[in-house]
Design a protein around this ligand. Structure first.
Ligand code: ARG
Length: 479
């Protein structure tokens, strides 16, 4: 506790209330790096001697070896690390905090630790996208029912369906990439908020820590947690998308649907009903979505209405970030494993593909294309057939068409073969060959395109990672 005589001793329950030590575990290593970068800069600026700098760095190295559990008490990790350095070096160790505050320090630490987490999450998310796209590649000819309102609508392919999830997950990846740009900015050197009279070099510490730029305004730099809000918002959208995938895993694995089966690794049984195989991982992925949305809401509510600049409320935001991140990362990893080990019941899906008269749209479309009648008329004719229930036949079609359009379908060239073709789910799909449609050639094209985009994303990610690793490697080598 940085408490002066005037405040006297503090009670334990008050200390506990003030403490961020638990959440600070997540920024322990980041803090040691931030200290190191600050020290290098102070030495280069002639603000501390090379000798003192070396001694303090030795203390930091010692602490890195010893681990955070060897820190003494303190309201937060920054204070505890400083106490460790002072005990190791003596009073000269107190020069480490020249020209900075815990306010810029904590903001920098969070960004560093978050950056590392985001790089891992982005890799995991890309892996999920790749799993979905590769799986789609195996099913470009697999006909399945497509739904709207959870009612049979039109036939499609499993590839088309999986690619829809892959594209949503891809956008979640791009959103994280966008947020990364704003996360990887250095607030260090802003001090308490009003900068400092010491001649520090913010560009230099930013560079040493592998940041891509500065959060320039020193008041903004310590005040803002909008980078946390942005990441949590992106995670919330990501989770909402994943919950839709999870929901389909739950629904499609029911005995009513029976389209797929989860691998045993991703399912559980019931404690009372021995026959049960429950899709628990998918259910929890769906459930954790709520928790991540809660993290976003908590963080937004804490930040709302805070005046400039640093306010202690901000300490309360960070644990929500770490929790939200942990939930999202584990969900992405589990769903990736779950999806890659799914067993599809292809026969069942195929059988259901034409169920619920889901080829009705194609019959109407064919009537328009062949007889030249307006689409709305064709829609009404097929609607009448649908209402009558049975499998449509030419006689019925001709009868209703004559009544509603004034001519029969056959007399305008619509044959039995045309009706059969329209009723066939496979030819339905083959006809839908426009951009983005389920026709095999089109999904094939999309798969190739998405794999190229994934490879490009992996390359950008590797570039980001190597820039960060290089900077931190050099920083760790500083003596
Ligand atoms: N534990 C604090 C936090 O997480 C660190 C900054 C404290 N600054 C202060 N002036 N008390 O926000």
């Amino acid at each position: 506790m940085f408490r002066d005589q005037r405040l006297g001793e503090c009670r334990q329950d008050v200390l506990d209330f003030l403490s961020s030590r638990k959440a600070d575990e997540r920024i322990f290593e980041a803090d040691l790096l931030v200290d190191r970068a600050h020290l290098v800069m102070l030495r280069e600026q002639g603000l501390i001697s090379g000798e003192v700098c070396t001694r303090i760095m030795a203390a930091l190295d010692d602490l890195m070896q010893a681990g955070s559990q060897s820190l003494g008490p303190g309201e937060d990790v920054h204070e505890a690390i400083e106490a460790y350095v002072l005990a190791f070096v003596g009073p000269e160790g107190g020069r480490m905090h020249t020209g900075r505050s815990r306010n810029d320090e904590v903001a920098t630490c969070i960004r560093l630790a978050l950056r590392a987490q985001m790089l891992d999450l982005m890799a995991e998310q890309l892996s999920l996208v790749k799993t979905l796209v590769r799986l789609a590649g195996k099913h470009i000819e697999t006909i399945i029912p497509g739904f709207t309102h959870t009612q049979h609508a039109q036939p499609t392919t499993l590839a088309h369906h999986l690619l829809a999830h892959a594209d949503a997950a891809g956008r979640d990846f791009y959103r994280l990439e966008d947020a990364y740009v704003r996360v990887n900015q250095s607030p260090l050197g802003a001090a308490a908020f009003a900068s400092t009279g010491f001649k520090i070099d913010r560009q230099r510490t930013g560079h040493l820590l592998g940041f891509d730029g500065l959060v320039e305004n020193s008041m903004d730099a310590v005040s803002t947690r909008d980078f946390i809000l942005e990441v949590l918002a992106d995670l919330s959208i990501l989770m909402v998308n994943q919950s839709r995938l999870a929901e389909e895993l739950v629904l499609w694995s029911t005995s009513e649907f029976c389209y797929l089966e989860l691998d045993n690794l991703y399912a559980s049984t019931s404690s009372i009903m021995p026959q049960k195989k429950n899709p628990d991982t998918a259910e929890l992925a769906r459930g954790k979505t709520g928790s991540v949305l809660g993290s976003l809401m908590a963080a937004l509510s804490i930040c709302k209405g805070l005046p400039m600049s640093y306010n202690r409320d901000l300490q309360e935001v960070t644990p929500h970030l770490w929790r939200g991140l942990d939930w999202a990362r584990s969900t992405v990893r589990i769903l990736d494993g779950c999806v890659s080990s799914l067993k599809f019941n292809l026969e069942r899906m195929q059988q259901c593909a034409g169920a619920g008269f889901s080829t009705a749209t194609e019959i109407a479309d064919s009537l328009v294309r062949i007889t030249g009648m307006p689409f709305r008329t064709a829609h009404s004719i097929v609607g009448r057939i649908a209402a009558s229930g049975g499998r449509p036949n030419m006689a019925e079609l001709d009868l209703i068409a004559r009544e509603m359009a004034g001519y029969s379908a056959s007399e305008r060239g619509f044959s039995e073969a045309d009706l059969e073709r329209a009723l066939d789910p496979k030819s339905n799909v083959a006809l839908r060959a426009n951009t983005g449609g389920p026709a095999p050639a089109e999904t094939q094209r999309m798969i190739k395109d998405r794999l190229e985009r994934i490879a490009a994303g992996e390359e950008r990610l590797a570039g980001r990672r190597s820039r960060v690793d290089r900077a931190l490697g050099d920083l760790r080598a500083e003596r």
